[in-house]
Design a protein around this ligand. Structure first.
Ligand code: NAP
Length: 494
């Protein structure tokens, strides 16, 4: 749910999604998985008969590759995939041009005496570590140092042995591949494709560390949105508890503790939905201000802003979850015992006084507008959530995606902010709505969205929008490089 800066990962997903669809359409790829392929596949050697080596060997044999294992023990066992042969490391290495090192990094020393045999061979490093950045260099770079004559390629580390063996590869079809030798990388990528997986070229071996850290990350983009929403939930829970439960107990001796079950959560959910939705769009306006101030787009944003931009989609999805909860809580309001008691006691009091309250059309208008804005806002919110899913965003072009995420996104923010403003109605200025000088919680929720909308509105003015558009097209107020070159030209002219 981001306005503009879709992360590098999103592009990756976008590209590979299309690529994969293409692959599915291409019948030659289905052929690749069949063992009886007409073109004979080259033998692949796997060092290590552990879980991963065996699982990969099994999958390769299924895909039509002759497989030989290099092991410390040449005795074959029932665990070795049918059709594969087991040799000593030196013997196995001589039978194949590609050798997959399915051994933990700490045992790589056994490769040093084999350096001559491995010269010119493609060594595929599949290893992972136990901790992020565990070693100063990546395992693949370490392997390249140990066997300098070999062409090292990093691949397969993001696929688990279990997924390979059980065939449940839906979530991990992408195989990140990197290496300095283009030809070696292409050979490995061809194997990846033949196994029915999707290779994603990550560039040179310098990318290996990042690829090795990848399986160790736990929902990296979700950390900030989840921690932030937990913090805000705790804050607003205690805020509402103080205002709506403790205050009436202290001053009016009324027990509203049951508010904790539904009333307070139904106050917190829309507040969080609105604040988090505004936080999706706040970094966009901050970035615009920074670019206008600097007069260039070629200087990096501060790290915190970069990170914030990258997790906007997750922030939006968490906001949508809170909005959905708010809808559910609202739907059950009429069946709540407290609400039914309040309505019936009002009717009884009107009957006792023999007086019917006249219909207040202003209130009717306010309540209907409030509901209509909420319904429309939620509908667009859901639309935003759906279009941010990779399966949907893969099917729209960049302009369509931007239109939905930016234009409809701002419209959603406007509708949801208006929904909250109308809910407040004339209570904003009423002193009775301030308890212990604390305003109603929904008033606090309006701060960030109002700031975002006002700044965005100001940025639409042509005097700011025009220079901003030019900056985003590459124009610079003080072009750094041409100034330097002018200076050099001027100096040499003197
Ligand atoms: P494993 O079950 O412990 O097997 C490692 C194999 O390495 C052993 O079976 C052994 O094979 C060989 N080995 C052990 N000590 C050795 C030594 N001192 N010298 C030479 N070879 C030795 O480990 P694994 O789970 O298969 O993982 C292998 C590699 O794949 C690791 O780098 C791991 O990070 C990576 N990986 C694993 C998974 C997974 O799901 N398991 C997923 C992605 C990547 P021999 O007895 O045949 O010599």
């Amino acid at each position: 749910m981001a306005e503009k800066a879709v992360s590098k990962e999103d592009f990756r997903i976008y590209d590979t999604g299309r690529f994969y669809k293409q692959m599915n359409k291409n019948s030659s790829n289905t052929m690749a998985l069949a063992p009886n392929t007409s073109s004979k596949r080259e033998t692949v050697c796997i060092f290590g008969t552990g879980d991963f080596g065996r699982a990969l060997g099994h999958k390769m044999i299924q895909s039509g590759y002759p497989v030989v294992f290099g092991s410390r023990s040449t005795q074959t066992s029932s665990l070795i995939p049918k059709g594969a042969e087991v040799f000593s490391h030196a013997e196995a290495a001589q039978k194949a041009a590609i050798i997959i090192i399915a051994v933990q990094r700490q045992h790589y020393n056994f490769l040093i005496p084999l350096a001559e045999i491995l010269r010119g061979k493609v060594l595929v490093d599949v290893s992972n570590n136990l901790k992020i950045n565990q070693y100063p260099e990546s395992n693949a770079e370490y392997l390249a140092q140990l066997v300098p004559g070999a062409k090292v390629v990093k691949a397969f580390n993001t696929v688990s042995a279990w997924a390979l063996q059980s065939g449940t590869l839906d979530a991990s079809r992408q195989v990140f591949v990197c290496g300095d030798d283009m030809e070696a990388k292409q050979m490995v990528m061809a194997i990846v494709r033949a196994l029915g997986l999707t290779p994603v070229d990550q560039g040179s071996l310098l990318a290996a560390q990042e690829i090795e850290n990848y399986p160790l990350q736990l929902f990296p983009m979700w950390k900030f949105p989840i921690l932030l929403s937990l913090g805000l939930t705790a804050f607003f829970f205690f805020y509402c508890l103080a205002r709506d439960v403790i205050y009436p107990y202290v001053y009016e001796n009324k027990d509203f503790s049951f508010f904790i079950a539904i009333s307070i959560p139904n106050r917190i959910c829309p507040i969080l939905a609105l604040i988090l939705l505004a936080l999706v769009y706040l970094p966009g306006v901050l970035a615009a201000i920074i670019q206008l101030y600097r007069g260039t787009k070629y200087r990096r944003f501060p790290d915190w802003l970069d990170k914030w931009m990258l997790c906007r989609k997750q922030l939006g999805l968490v906001a949508l979850a809170f909005a959905s909860l708010h809808v559910l809580y609202t739907l059950i309001i009429p069946i709540r015992s407290f609400v039914r008691w309040r309505i019936s006691s009002r009717i009884v009091s009107q009957a006792l006084n023999n007086k019917t309250e006249p219909l207040n059309t202003t209130n009717a208008w306010l309540s209907d507008s409030y509901l209509a804005l909420g319904i429309l806002g939620f509908f667009l919110f859901v639309l935003l959530g759906i279009t941010s899913l990779p399966s949907v965003s893969n099917n729209v072009n960049w302009r369509e995606f931007r239109f939905v995420q930016s234009k409809l996104g701002y419209l959603t923010l406007i509708l949801c902010t208006a929904h909250t403003l109308v809910y407040g109605g004339n209570r904003f200025l009423s002193p009775s709505s301030y308890r212990w000088y604390l305003p109603n919680a929904y008033m606090l929720s309006l701060i960030v969205p109002c700031i975002v909308l006002v700044v965005k509105f100001v940025l639409i003015f042509p005097c700011l929008d025009k220079p901003l558009t030019r900056i985003r097209q590459g124009w610079e107020r003080n072009p750094q490089y041409s100034e330097q070159s002018n200076y050099i030209i001027n100096k040499s002219a003197v």
